[in-house]
Ligand binder design. Structure first.
Ligand code: GLA
Length: 391
């Protein structure tokens, strides 16, 4: 039996003990962002894939207005609240992403009635694979389906994003929720966060597969320096707008404008802005490379992005750098970079299938030698986005 089938079976069993109603089951994947780092909240282009691992939500309607929430990852505790208890000030603890999604959907849809919700996941939590957006998106999809709401992906992306921004207090962009909803099997999503347009480019698994290597260092976005990076970019934008009033986001700043006015920025803001300007170029080059099936050049952009995240955006760690160096030393690895916000978590690499065995051995042995940390490599091909699982 596959791992996902086991999760579904045990989730249904658990639900029978937890609720007297029969559940419907929803799945939202995690994601790996291959290019376009810290670009979403700067209006740039992001290039993620949805993963085959993610969050499973088992949910049923209740006749009263009680919300009962439980999670396989957080033991036997059951949280019971009513919708009016859900206020952003309350957001803390393991259930805050689930509560955030219930709050955001209620703000928008004003649904009447309660829910029993049980959550399980096969995605590593707080490892840069978007476990939070995976939870919020699966709950949003469950609420929309159970209350039979006439909605679409754009609105559900917005509500999943609102759950994190408005309830949990992470100032993230829309990368994660968009990847989770719009991901498609065997393709890389290209999403323009300013124009809100999307496209899919195929990734042939005979040419490249996605390796995810866990540094085994966790980080919580809510408590990391993530919001500080957003604030630094916002401050750089507002200084630049004094000189280039038509700017709406940092992505629109040209290299010439930056050179002309950069002395008005602090040294740190100059570094952050330089990363954005260079990443705009890399996503353009990466887009052309993908369309021309030039995975080697796309991979080179990924690795260059990693070193920019290390040196200019300063969100890497020694452990992530060690993995990227070991990965890119293997012939057959097209490129590697930290995926997600940084500060720990995972590296994503693109690897030719014939190089998989050597890649695993070299990366894991080098990482163990240099950091004394044991890791492993998980292999993925791009998967489909959020869906209901028909039982
Ligand atoms: C986190 C955020 C995203 C995005 C990435 C960095 O995953 O949730 O919105 O900013 O970091 O690219």
């Amino acid at each position: 039996m596959t791992k996902s089938l086991r999760i579904i079976e045990s989730g249904i069993e658990h639900f029978a003990e937890f609720s007297k109603h029969a559940p419907r089951v929803f799945f939202a994947p995690g994601r790996a962002n291959l290019l376009g780092s810290h670009m979403d909240y700067n209006g740039g282009v992001v290039m993620p894939v949805a993963l085959s691992r993610g969050t499973y939500v088992f949910a049923a309607l209740r006749k009263d207005n009680i919300l009962r929430i439980s999670s396989q990852q957080f033991g036997g505790e059951v949280i019971e609240v009513t919708i009016s208890d859900l206020l952003p000030q309350r957001a803390k603890g393991w259930a805050c992403y689930i509560e955030g999604a219930l709050w955001a959907t209620h703000e928008r849809w004003q649904y009447l009635g309660g829910l029993d919700i049980h959550v399980d996941s096969d995605l590593p939590i707080a490892k840069g694979l978007s476990s939070s957006a995976s939870v919020t998106s699966a709950v949003v999809k469950a609420v929309a389906s159970l209350f039979d709401i006439d909605t679409d992906c754009d609105e559900m992306i917005h509500l999943s994003h609102l759950a994190e921004n408005g309830y949990v207090g992470v100032r993230c962009g829309v990368l994660d929720q968009t990847a989770v909803f719009l991901g498609e099997k065997d393709s890389i999503l290209m999403f323009d966060c300013l124009k809100l347009t999307s496209d899919h480019v195929p990734l042939d698994s005979d040419v490249a597969q996605i390796a995810i290597i866990d540094s085994q260092i966790s980080r919580e976005l809510a408590s990391s320096e993530f919001n500080l990076r957003v604030a630094e970019c916002t401050s750089a934008l507002s200084t630049m707008q004094a000189h280039v009033p038509e700017l709406t986001c940092l992505r629109e700043l040209t290299a010439n404008q930056f050179d002309e006015y950069k002395n008005h920025l602090s040294a740190i803001e100059q570094k952050r802005t330089q990363h954005v300007i260079d990443e705009v170029q890399r996503t353009r080059r990466g887009t052309k490379a993908l369309r021309a099936y030039d995975i080697a050049d796309f991979g080179a952009c990924m690795t260059a992005a990693h070193y920019s995240l290390r040196d200019l955006f300063e969100v890497s760690t020694d452990e992530l750098d060690t993995i990227v160096k070991a990965a890119t030393d293997v012939e057959g690895c097209y490129g590697a970079r930290l995926t997600g916000a940084g500060f720990g978590g995972c590296v994503a690499a693109l690897v030719h299938p014939q190089a998989k065995a050597e890649f695993e051995t070299h990366v894991c042995e080098t990482y163990k030698q240099q950091t004394d940390i044991q890791t492993s490599v998980q292999w993925f091909s791009p998967s489909d986005g959020v869906r209901e699982i028909e039982l």
